[in-house]
Design a protein. Structure first.
Lengths: 268, 301
């Protein structure tokens, strides 16, 4: 397993989503909130795209477009109704455990218990991912030093600054050296300083040769970080490609709203 | 790998429970209420009632024995409550992980899917056993300090066995029930209601025979009643035997009034049956937990 995690045997294409479809049953409360009488909602509707090794691929779309659902399918948290996705050649449907070996899943939410130390949390999640103790110790030393956590390794999480806390959260998520990192709304709800920590972290991961898939509705984040972008509107892929190809001469924001008007037949 | 992950996750869950001092305190609230009520007025009320009944039968000078009997009854109630309320509070970590999204972090690790729920169960059992053992030690110290130690070695072993089986049984039931909860608010409500009602339902505040027949029959279907029955048998048999030396008829009456044995729709339920009832409940709810997990996974895929 260690070999798979640290040096994945996969081609250039690390993620391939093929015609993914996912529907959810709406509760009465959700029906009221969405102003609909339908009991089912199509969250992802025939979505296909590919992401390649060493690049940052951004899924851009408004809230409720199906970005998080897509990422949750790719991380094996939910299964698609139809279609399949391959991560480093492993099917999320047929080989979910192998997929979980090679991915790291992160959100901007901090989920660390205050009385644990970064060192304990790193060791705990290492154990959960089956990382050998010697490998774990070496990796902890490297990552903690690289991201400046080493001086705070034994400090209780509740005593850390928000930025440092975020770094710990991110480092813990890549404890098993995943080949593919999936990041749902990386800067959502973060203040500017902590958001910068996350953006720098992602850039650092990219420089380490990691493949990153992120979802966001923030144009500047995509422009700053992503090599390629997939624009999702109403669960469908409206555009997919290199940033320059998707935007043409326009800014990403203008290109997005033109596309939105074209797909929905309405302006915002 | 799964074994190591199971151990790590169980230790993590247990640490989270034990580090939260307020949670540990509230898990012992029901036993503490039993203790407080007893010290404040229930103990004296009960002792006075029993003494006047004895005097009515022409027996005097049994104050010490009646006091030992009452102490044992109260401590059995404390232990029975602790075996239920501590695992219930320890289940809070399941809800906490769900609401904070930590479950997702755990579920995307490459360990087998059974590891996370199994670790929750193991940590709930471990929390129940650790805190339960401490409460049991306090009970023993209380009895010894009050000069009411009338337990044989077999009784001590019986208490330990009752603690283990009761915690396992209540944990399987509570993990099953709490598994359906999604919000912290709902869980807190369950905790408050359960913590308040459990002392009455298992006869910790007052003997269950004081309740209407229908309530008594309902309690026969609660595993906690058998937990209470077992602790009463192991903690109260000593004082009861001493009282039987003074008045066998009175002791026999107490045995039935304080539910040391039950009359389950005409069939007498003894210690062996109580152990069996708890074991059956544990197996039943363990099976239900597995069934629900399988159905959820099928629904998901």
């Amino acid at each position: 397993m260690q070999e798979t995690m640290s040096s994945p045997i996969c081609g250039e294409e690390v993620v391939r989503a093929e015609n993914l479809r996912k529907t959810f049953t709406l509760s009465r409360k959700q029906q009221r909130l969405e102003h609909t009488s339908f009991t089912r909602k199509v969250a992802v509707d025939g979505l296909s795209f590919s992401a390649y090794r060493g690049e940052i691929y951004g899924l851009l779309g408004p809230n409720g477009a199906g970005k998080t659902t897509t990422l949750r399918i790719l991380s094996t948290l939910i299964a698609p109704d139809s279609g399949d996705a391959l991560v480093c050649g492993h099917s999320v449907l047929r080989e979910p455990q192998k997929v979980r070996d090679v991915i790291g899943f992160m959100t901007s939410e901090l989920k660390l218990e205050g009385f644990f130390t970064p060192s304990y949390l790193f060791d705990f999640f290492g154990a959960m991912h089956g990382v050998e103790k010697s490998v774990l110790a070496k990796r902890k030393g490297e990552l903690f030093e690289r991201f400046g956590i080493d001086r705070f390794a034994e400090v209780k999480v509740r005593d850390l600054s928000t930025g440092m806390l975020q770094k710990v959260s991110l480092v813990v998520a890549i404890v098993h050296d995943p080949a593919v990192i999936i990041f749902d709304e990386p800067t959502n709800g973060l203040d500017v300083l902590t958001a910068k920590v996350v953006i720098d972290f992602l850039a650092e991961l990219k420089s380490m040769g990691k493949s990153i898939l992120l979802s966001t509705h923030i144009f500047s984040l995509v422009e700053k970080l992503c090599d390629r972008v997939g624009i999702i509107i109403d669960g469908k892929m409206a555009a997919d490609g290199k940033l320059a190809d998707v935007c043409g001469e326009k800014s990403l924001e203008d290109a997005f709203f033109d596309l939105y008007k074209c797909v929905k037949g309405e302006t915002i | 790998m799964n074994g190591y992950a199971l151990l790590s996750l169980t230790r993590r869950n247990l640490k989270i429970f034990l580090k939260d001092k307020a949670n540990v305190f509230f898990s012992l609230l029901a036993p503490l209420i039993v203790l407080a009520l007893y010290v404040l007025f229930l103990g004296r009320l009960q002792e006075d009632g029993l003494l006047s009944a004895l005097e009515g039968m022409g027996v005097t000078g049994a104050e010490g024995l009646i006091s030992d009997f009452s102490d044992s009854w109260m401590l059995a109630g404390c232990m029975s409550c602790a075996c239920i309320t501590v695992p219930l509070c320890a289940c809070g970590i399941m809800i906490q992980d769900k609401t904070r999204g930590i479950s997702s972090d755990l579920f995307i690790s490459p360990v087998a899917r059974w590891v996370t729920p199994a670790a929750y169960f193991c940590s709930v059992v471990a929390a129940g056993l650790v805190i339960g053992a401490v409460v049991l030690c306090v009970c023993f110290v209380w009895l010894a300090a009050a000069g009411a130690w009338l337990l044989s070695f077999r009784d001590v072993l019986g208490c330990i066995a009752s603690l283990v089986l009761s915690v396992v049984s209540s944990s399987t039931l509570l993990v099953f029930v709490v598994g359906f909860f999604r919000s912290q608010g709902a869980f807190t409500a369950l905790n408050v209601i359960f913590g308040t009602v459990v002392g009455f339902l298992i006869g910790a505040y007052m003997p269950i025979t004081y309740f209407p027949e229908a309530i008594q029959q309902f309690t026969f279907f609660l595993p906690g009643s058998y937990t209470a029955g077992l602790f009463r048998n192991f903690m109260m048999r000593g004082p009861l035997a001493e009282i039987a030396g003074l008045s066998p008829a009175f002791a026999q009456g107490l045995e039935s009034e304080f539910s040391l044995t039950f009359d389950f729709f005409g069939a007498e339920v003894g210690i062996g049956d109580m152990f069996l009832a708890l074991a059956v409940a544990a197996v039943l709810f363990a099976a239900l937990n597995v069934l629900v997990a399988v159905l959820r996974r099928r629904k998901k895929s």
